[in-house]
Write a protein that binds this ligand. Structure first.
Ligand code: AP5
Ligand code: MG
Length: 182
């Protein structure tokens, strides 16, 4: 099985849900920049204070902030990792490359979890996180299409992309993922 993974996909596709399950069973480090940023917000750190309003608007937090929280967590001691919600821009992907080269830990597979907009929106409205209201969800989707989707081509050119559909039961999605990463 591959043990250095990246999950890509629109907000609400199920990246976090599937990443948590997989990391628990495989003992991988789950690196979710969204979760790490929300932890900074709840702890009321200066970084969290800077990020909160941006996150609640559905915009992306600066590359500088995000890279600073990722850098200190990647290390050659980890048996494997799953990046969830990072990189989110081509700039972040390009900044990540030398870090991974230094660790001699290249990404082995990029799983693109895809889902129709209507289903994404319904799922997020049902969850109700601080950034889960219809206006902000639609803005996050636009930001995804404009800034994150170009990563699909970026990683496809490297032969790393595997696409799975994110619809249906959680366990069914997990089996689809299992197949493309084994
Ligand atoms: P982030 O936390 O990454 O949020 P997101 O991309 O908007 O995606 P979500 O976490 O909402 O969706 P998900 O795909 O993880 O789905 P989930 O499993 O939760 O980012 C939030 C903000 O932080 C960004 O807007 C930005 O401001 C900032 N940020 C984060 N990373 C950044 C970066 N790298 N650069 C710059 N800024 C960054 O599932 C969604 C819901 O559906 C849940 O309630 C779940 O229970 C449910 N669900 C999941 N699977 C199923 C299923 N199969 N059937 C039914 N329900 C399901
Ligand atoms: Mg998530």
């Amino acid at each position: 099985m591959k043990n250095r993974l990246l999950f890509l996909g629109p907000p609400g596709a199920g990246k976090g849900t599937q990443a948590s399950l997989l990391c628990k069973t495989k003992g991988l480090l789950h690196l979710s920049t969204g979760d790490l940023l929300r932890a900074e917000v709840s702890a009321g750190t200066p970084l969290g204070k800077e990020a909160a309003a941006i996150m609640n608007s559905g915009e992306l937090v600066s590359d500088e902030i995000v890279l600073s929280i990722v850098e200190k967590r990647l290390s050659d001691r980890s048996p494997g990792w799953l990046l969830d919600g990072f990189p989110r821009t081509v700039f972040q992907a390009q900044a990540l490359e030398p870090l991974l080269q230094k660790l001699k830990q290249p990404i082995e597979v990029v799983v693109l979890i895809d889902l129709k907009d209507e289903v994404l929106i319904q799922r997020l409205l049902a969850r109700g996180r601080a950034d889960d209201n219809e206006e902000v969800i639609r803005h996050r989707l636009r930001v995804y299409r404009e800034k994150t989707e170009p990563l699909v081509q970026h990683y496809d050119e490297k032969g790393l992309i595997k696409t799975v559909m994110g619809d249906g039961e959680i366990d069914d999605v997990a089996s689809r993922i299992e197949k493309v990463i084994s």
